[in-house]
Design a protein around this ligand. Structure first.
Ligand SMILES: [Zn+2]
Length: 160
């Protein structure tokens, strides 16, 4: 393994000039150095894979989606239990909407990401926009926040 001193590109031992920048290559790196470089590459790939997973539907998101479905049932049952006082119904309808948004955001993350991308496209002409870490965090807060708020609002109705 040879590493270009100028641009850092890694290449095979039989090359004399860098495939990227044309710089003359020095002798191959030692085995220990090679091992270190391989570890760095693996780590880099893992980090990128993790970042790309920011919009994934992991186990926690599935649990959130199930809780949203239970929440919808809870809301419908509560609508009957709490009788048809107008204010109660409005709060229950609002909670239903929150459960649905939370559910869609948990199970179909690309739906909201596409909407966000459309918004970004208006200003910047970028093509491959990746969701940032912050965007992923906001999504998680959105999914759990809306659901917990909806539960709290309905439970509150039982005590007033
Ligand atoms: Zn080079």
């Amino acid at each position: 393994m040879k590493v270009c001193k100028k641009c850092g590109t890694i290449q095979q031992d039989d090359r004399f000039f860098c495939i990227e920048c044309g710089e003359k290559l020095k002798k191959a790196v030692s085995e220990a150095e090679e091992q270190k470089i391989r570890e760095e590459i693996t780590e880099n790939i893992e980090n990128r894979a993790e970042a790309a997973d920011e919009l994934g539907v992991d186990k926690r998101m599935r649990i959130a989606a199930v809780l949203d479905v239970i929440g919808v049932i809870f809301a419908v049952v509560s609508a009957f239990v709490l009788k048809s006082q107008k204010d109660n119904l409005l709060i229950i309808l609002g909670s239903l909407l929150f459960y649905v948004i939370s559910f869609v955001e948990a199970i179909f993350p690309n739906f909201f990401w596409t909407l966000t991308k459309l918004k970004i496209w208006q200003y910047a002409n970028a093509e491959d926009i990746e969701p940032s870490f912050w965007y992923g965090m906001m999504r998680k807060i959105g999914v759990w926040g809306l659901m917990i708020y909806a539960y709290a609002a309905i439970i509150f109705l039982y005590f007033i």
